[in-house]
Design a protein. Structure first.
Length: 753
């Protein structure tokens, strides 16, 4: 029945069935139109009506044939602007439909069809470049894995082997008591594998290898983050506080049992009203010379220790930070080992322990509160590396300055601010692996007549995920640099390293927070299902932004360190220092802020790593100098230094951010330089370029205000970011596979390859 006369109406049939959104009313409208076609025979009308029966859709082959007929009719016919024009082109010369033009146009309007838009869809080729982009691997994944693992490859391999065992199957019970016991059991397995004591001296059963300890923490973070935190509290905070703040008598008494988990313990610093402000802690340790003991006491409810990991259930001892009081004199915060429970788990007299209960995440960690009511401990329980009480009952310290002693004590604990950002980095890698693998498999939409397209082929989806992938690689190399600086530290470098650790902890954990949110959204509804693990990764890392120091507070510390370095370089901002700095900046302005450079948009320039580094350096130096000048002006006008810093706090965050971005870029560039394999180097260069340009794009408002770039250049950078995302897309799956996360740890059904 489908003769040449009926072909004229194929466009209508195709449009009905290719539009999932047509309603029953719109089907009725089309049926009325067909019924009114008096130029057709009753049989022809009946046939067309049968093709618009909502209960009897056409086959896919029929739809494909209709589309093919339409495309043939409009090929190279620029005069075709509407559905009616297509109908005329398809109609037989014996069928004059010219009188139906107004009917067709009314039908288009009633059905909400835009004729010109439909024509473009018909002209779309199924073999479009968007549809054709596909995953491949242009480099040897094993070589990238080796680069990322570095010298710690052996221990990383061992940890991955352990956490891939059946005993480490994820705990699915929602009962936090069951979850806590499972995490404790996992910690015991790790202790039995000699992974917990890795940082302790060999004579106390340890591995005497801090680099491996950090690698263990990061690798464990591919598994359950409650395990990572429980492990970190026990073997890191509790054990390393004894190791860092104590002396030989403490090592001999505690370290071996801590390393085997025979002696579970806590790190009791934070108080309800004193989190980041350690100097303001109110818990007291009063020395009693008559019997050579200390009395540990919580003077009020707000001075209770809060959020203490391992406290609610398992902890038998704690490193307690308290103000040392001798003869009514306050000697500042010191550290003491205080028993909490006996070996049977019974809470000791004078100790009150509460349970923080269910949390947003990390529910496998038994966080609790601790209060002390006149708890007496022996004199040797003071961790006395930096301060002690002598036989006469007098305070002694090898560091005479109270301030310096306090910061030296805290400086020994900086390792926590290396472990946490590395753990956050691993969580970001897990989230990106799940999201990018899924995006490569999940198909949605596509050119008319063609197959649906992987959502990773869409530019916006690439924009959502691939700059984050580049940033994750960048943070990886920056944290390797921080770890190496810490392991090879000298006393003169400690302040800078502490500031860098504080900054990288903030930079990495904020980055992970943003990455996991984007991964959740990019995955859609599947990202909301617990089985796909994004919820656990998001909820468990959320606290990373505030523990081991609130990120915003830590960024103030970073900025103050940069200002201190600035003052050293320019003589307390004296007139000569300012003149020198202005002169240096003027040289920069001549070289980099001339009209040719500010408008330069060729690809070679935009992709040049020297351009990237100069832009980051310029921003860092300019923001730092601006903050220094502003503070000096406020103080010169009579403001107290404390108030002056408060006024410019928002600017201090910018100082820290610009410094960290420069360090991260610099270390990424240095890492790429060291790569010998050409294919690996090629893809890492692209990632490096994407990190640099996406950061410049993020800060484009600043660069435009400063006159360092003009609008034509920032627009060109935006286009180049798009192009780099497109260029990296074929390798995106290989790049996340190079994180080498055990499949049993990844565990998301949507990430199965």
């Amino acid at each position: 029945m489908e003769n040449s006369k009926i072909k004229a109406f194929i466009p209508l049939l195709y449009l009905v069935w290719s539009d999932d959104l047509l309603t029953q009313k719109e089907f009725a409208t089309l049926q009325e139109f067909i019924s009114s076609l008096v130029l057709l025979s009753p049989e022809q009308r009946e046939y067309l009506l049968s093709k618009v029966d909502i209960t009897n859709p056409p086959s896919r082959n029929e739809l494909t044939q209709w589309k093919s007929d339409i495309e043939k009719s409009i090929k190279d016919k620029s005069s075709i602007k509407s559905i009616f024009d297509i109908a005329v082109a398809l109609s037989d010369k014996d069928l004059d439909i010219s009188g139906l033009e107004s009917n067709f146009r009314k039908l288009e309007n009633d059905l909400g069809i835009l004729g010109e838009e439909v024509i473009q869809n018909f002209k779309t080729k199924a073999d479009s470049f968007t549809a054709n982009s596909q995953t491949n691997s242009n480099f040897d994944i094993q070589k990238i894995i080796a680069l990322l693992d570095g010298k710690e490859a052996a221990i990383i391999k061992k940890v991955k082997s352990v956490i891939s065992k059946p005993e480490f199957a994820y705990e699915t019970s929602t009962d936090i008591n069951i979850y806590r016991q499972t995490v404790y059991k996992w910690c015991k397995i790790l202790a039995d594998e000699n992974l917990g004591n890795m940082a302790y001296p060999k004579q106390y059963g340890g591995g005497e290898n801090i680099a491996d300890y950090f690698a263990i923490m990061e690798t464990l973070s591919y598994h359950d983050l409650s395990l990572v935190i429980k492990f970190g509290v026990q073997f890191g905070l509790w054990g390393m506080s004894v190791q860092s703040l104590g002396t030989e008598k403490h090592y001999a008494k505690y370290l071996k049992d801590i390393g085997t988990l025979k002696l579970p313990g806590c790190f009791a610093m934070t108080e309800t009203h004193h989190g980041s402000n350690v100097k303001g802690l109110e818990t007291t340790a009063t020395y009693n010379h008559s019997n050579q003991t200390f009395t540990i006491h919580t003077p009020n409810k707000n001075a209770q220790k809060e959020y203490i990991g391992n406290a609610a259930v398992h902890g038998q001892m704690a490193t307690v930070f308290a103000k040392l009081i001798i003869d009514d004199h306050d000697y500042g915060v010191n550290a003491f080992v205080v028993p909490l429970r006996d070996t049977n788990g019974n809470v000791l007299e004078g100790i009150t322990i509460g349970d923080c209960g269910h949390k947003m995440g990390l529910n496998g960690v038994d966080n609790g509160t601790i209060s002390f009511n006149q708890v007496e401990i022996p004199k040797e329980n003071m961790l006395d590396r930096f301060a002690s009480v002598n036989d006469k009952g007098e305070f002694e310290s090898p560091i005479p300055s109270d301030n310096r002693r306090f910061f030296t004590m805290l400086g020994t604990l900086v390792g926590g601010r290396i472990g946490i950002p590395r753990s956050a980095l691993a969580a970001a890698k897990s989230g990106l692996t799940i999201a990018i693998r899924y995006s490569d498999q999940r198909r949605q939409f596509g050119p008319e007549g063609g197959s649906e397209v992987p959502i990773l082929n869409y530019r916006m989806h690439q924009r959502r995920l691939l700059p984050h992938l580049a940033k994750t690689y960048a943070v990886h190399f920056a944290l390797q640099y921080l770890t190496n600086r810490f392991l090879n530290k000298t006393e003169s470098e400690m302040q800078e390293i502490e500031a860098l650790a504080a900054g990288m902890k903030s930079y990495s954990t904020w980055s992970t927070r943003d990455i996991l949110q984007e991964c959740r959204e990019a995955i859609g509804g599947k990202g909301y299902l617990s089985e796909n693990r994004i919820d656990a990764l998001k909820n468990d890392t959320e606290i990373y932004t505030t523990f081991e120091g609130d990120n915003t507070v830590l960024m103030q510390l970073v900025a103050k360190n940069r200002l201190s370095e600035f003052r050293k370089a320019f003589g307390e901002m004296g007139s000569l220092g300012i003149i020198n700095y202005v002169y240096e900046n003027a040289k920069t302005a001549i070289a980099e802020k001339n009209p040719i450079i500010t408008r330069k948009t060729d690809g070679e320039h935009l992709l040049d790593n020297q351009f990237h580094l100069q832009a980051f350096h310029h921003r860092e130096k300019t923001i730092l100098a601006s903050a220094a000048r502003r503070i000096k002006k406020l103080i010169d006008e009579g403001l107290e230094a404390y108030d002056a810093f408060n006024v410019v706090q928002h600017q201090m965050i910018d100082v820290a951010q610009a410094y960290l971005e420069r360090v991260v870029l610099e270390q990424f560039q240095e890492a790429v330089k060291s790569v010998e394999d050409e294919k690996s180097k090629e893809i890492l260069i692209k990632l490096n370029q994407l990190y640099a340009l996406s950061q410049i794009e993020k800060n484009k408002g600043w660069y435009l205000e400063d006159g360092y770039m003009e609008a034509v250049k920032t627009k060109a950078i935006r286009k180049m970011v798009n192009q780099l995302c497109w260029d990296i897309r074929p390798d995106a799956v290989s790049l996340v596979n190079a994180f080498d996360i055990p499949e049993s740890c990844l565990a998301a059904p949507i990430a199965v390859v």
